[in-house]
Design a protein around this ligand. Sequence first.
Ligand SMILES: C[S@@+](CC[C@H](N)C(=O)[O-])C[C@H]1O[C@@H](n2cnc3c(N)ncnc32)[C@H](O)[C@@H]1O
Length: 296
Amino acid sequence: MPFAQSNTAIRQDHVFDADPPAREFAFSDADFSMLSQFAYDSAGISLASSKRNLVYGRLSRRLRALGIGSFAEYRSRLTTDRSEVQRFINAISTNLTKFFREAHHFQHLEQAIIRPLSALPKNASSKLRIWSAGCSTGEEPYSAAAILCRHIPDAARRDMRILATDIDTEVLAAAARGEYPAASVNDVPPGFRSMFEAPPDRSSAEKVQVADGLRDLIRFRRLNLIEDWPFRGLFDVIFCRNVMIYFDAPTKARLLERFAERIKPGGWLYIGHSESLTRQHPLLELEGKTIYRRRG
Ligand SMILES: C[S@@+](CC[C@H](N)C(=O)[O-])C[C@H]1O[C@@H](n2cnc3c(N)ncnc32)[C@H](O)[C@@H]1O
């Protein structure tokens, strides 16, 4: 129908010609370009121009909190105020997560790693090191800890630990508190739900608190993945899921190189569902959906 088609075209033209929505703060190309370069340099986070509105929205809150009237002023603040750099990173990082997200990794962890360890005699060497790299608010490491605790209740005494790191200090503080909305437990398989309890003071029926047994297994630390890593040991398992999607190809490739060096021969790397390795790494063999094993 030619008439209907031209009508649609007119409406679309209007959409494209429309002025951008009125903004509280002016936000120029130079503002976006400097701030996205700053995100890349400080956190490896690559912000395409499609993220412009998102950046504006997240950083406008910082301008309001600081009582600053323009992005130009905010940019200059970033170059002089170290604490604002951390708040900037907290504001631009995306922290979406949930308990037992991408459940096949947790099934693999249970079947291939933790069950065999639980079958070892108590006096056998059973050291285990798991790293949740980019742990956000902690649901990922607590999910791993729940499996560990269920099969090996004395895991902490048997030298089994989880290191959970993130660049964002706010999510780390939330992770260390271990307090979550009660509804988030719906993501936890029924067999593990008893490890998430109402807070001891019963302050809120809307919240649950992770059991102390889980917290004892985890160390939460701030770590920027693109900077030096202040540890020397090797890991049996590294989770780095839904983090590398924010990095560009060279940053991803460097990070994979470093992960491969940090995994014990025979150890495992789990990555996010949309992050399959574009270039095969000589030390990492694909063993299942987004599950890689370090060659011996
Ligand atoms: C979407 S969350 C993923 C959480 C969890 N791994 C999962 O899959 O559910 C991504 C996390 O990566 C963190 N992150 C981004 N850049 C980082 C960097 N350079 N170093 C460390 N963590 C980073 C963010 O702060 C955020 O908490």
